[in-house]
Design a protein around this ligand. Structure first.
Ligand SMILES: Nc1nc2c(ncn2[C@@H]2O[C@H](COP(=O)(O)OP(=O)(O)OP(=O)(O)O)[C@@H](O)[C@H]2O)c(=O)[nH]1
Ligand SMILES: [Mg+2]
Length: 360
């Protein structure tokens, strides 16, 4: 495109822009007119030459505030969980224990009960990980055609993915609460017991509000497996303490799972009495090394006797949902009292993160 334009120096004449010449002359004849360089066209041409910058999006967050992050329903990363936790009061729970001890079943049972009715005075208020829960629950469905309900084995990796649930108190007197569960394979914990470096790879442990350890009631109901089962649990807690993963602020819940089996097959071997001895022994060993240690007998998915689904799970669930040792700390009251209360949990997790990284 040419960059010359017509101009006319005669005041009031519009001939240069296509109007009539005041002198009645053609453009070539009139001495007031001339062709000069057109800076606008030059600028346009320069702009055209510059290739449009390519937008490289490496993260959804690069898209700015117009971007809406949609969760695919699978387990969450820590980053996702922190973002969600900033929206409401939140707690993080880790379920640890030997393989097959019933860890995943605890979580999928809570989810399944919530599908049908309010639980412990709370109603289901959503989940960002419905697919994650469904994957864990589908084997237990009657539709699966299995004689006995089962749960998919959790994959033995260190990729610490989280399941999420929101619940709101039935009278709506409080805002909804988030609860995040880390469901890690028992094989990972079994390896970590004998290898402190493996234990340190489970980096989520120091950041959780509740550290839950499952002890398999079925194995306690068998004379040949009960001692090894209790010893392994003690070793697991000790290994966490020695690796610096849990300290004297951590709330530990010990759950004796499959309590329906304890009350059927286990009766013959005084398994209830054995459980009481185990409680005394674990309290003696760890009470002064952790924030608090509590014990529960649970039949999350009973197959024996008259137990209802989720037997004994209410009390621990309510404490997981509502109690955060970090919220009790004085230095967090400033966040909780701040006008922007949504920051409270995020700041708590930042605190916990810094603490686990040794920054504080
Ligand atoms: N009878 C009975 N069986 C249960 C109960 N809870 C869990 N189970 C069964 O115990 C088996 C193992 O349960 P999971 O929840 O998969 O165990 P896990 O600890 O997650 O196992 P990993 O993922 O391999 O570490 C499954 O067949 C469950 O159906 C219970 O309360 N009663
Ligand atoms: Mg599992």
């Amino acid at each position: 495109m040419t960059n010359l334009k017509r101009i006319c120096r005669q005041e009031g004449c519009t001939a240069a822009t296509g109007g009539p010449c005041l002198e009645g002359l053609s453009f070539e004849e009139c001495s007031n007119t001339s062709l000069v360089e057109n800076p606008e066209i030059e600028a346009e041409e320069e702009e055209e030459e510059v290739p449009e910058a390519e937008t490289v999006v490496t993260s959804p967050h690069d898209l700015g505030s117009s971007y809406h992050h949609f969760y695919d329903g699978n387990e969450l990363t820590l980053d996702d969980a922190y973002a969600i936790s900033a929206s409401s009061l939140s707690t993080f729970v880790m379920i640890a224990g030997k393989a097959d001890s019933g860890k995943t079943t605890l979580l999928s049972t809570i989810y399944e009960i919530f599908q049908e009715k309010p639980y412990c005075g709370y109603s289901f208020a959503g989940s960002k990980t419905l697919v994650g829960f469904e994957k864990r629950s589908f084997l237990s469905r009657v539709a699966s055609g299995l004689d006995e309900p089962d749960t998919e084995r959790t994959k033995p990796d260190y990729d610490q993915k989280l399941l999420h649930l929101s619940a709101r108190i039935n009278d709506l007197s409080q805002i909804k609460r988030n609860i995040f569960f880390a469901d890690i394979s028992g094989e990972v914990f079994e390896r970590a017991i004998s290898d402190i470096e493996e234990m340190r790879r489970i980096t989520l442990i120091p950041r959780v509000d509740h550290f839950v350890v499952t002890i398999d009631g079925e194995r306690l109901s068998n004379l040949s497996t009960r001692n090894e089962t209790v010893n392994t649990t003690g070793l697991l807690i000790r290994a966490c303490i020695e690796a610096g993963m849990i300290d004297n602020t951590m709330k530990i819940d010990i759950i004796f799972t499959k309590y329906d089996i304890v009350q059927s097959k286990g009766v013959e071997f005084n398994t209830d009495q054995y459980i009481e001895q185990t409680i005394t022994s674990l309290k003696r060993k760890f009470e002064d090394k952790v924030g608090c240690i509590k014990f529960f007998k649970v039949a999350a998915r009973p197959t024996q006797g008259d137990f209802e689904i989720g037997f004994g799970l209410e009390t621990p669930f309510i404490s997981w949902l509502t109690e955060s040792p970090y919220a009790d700390k004085k230095n967090f009251n400033i966040f909780l009292d701040s006008p922007d209360s949504s920051r409270a949990d995020f700041d708590m997790f930042e605190y916990k993160f810094n603490k686990s990284e040794g920054v504080m």
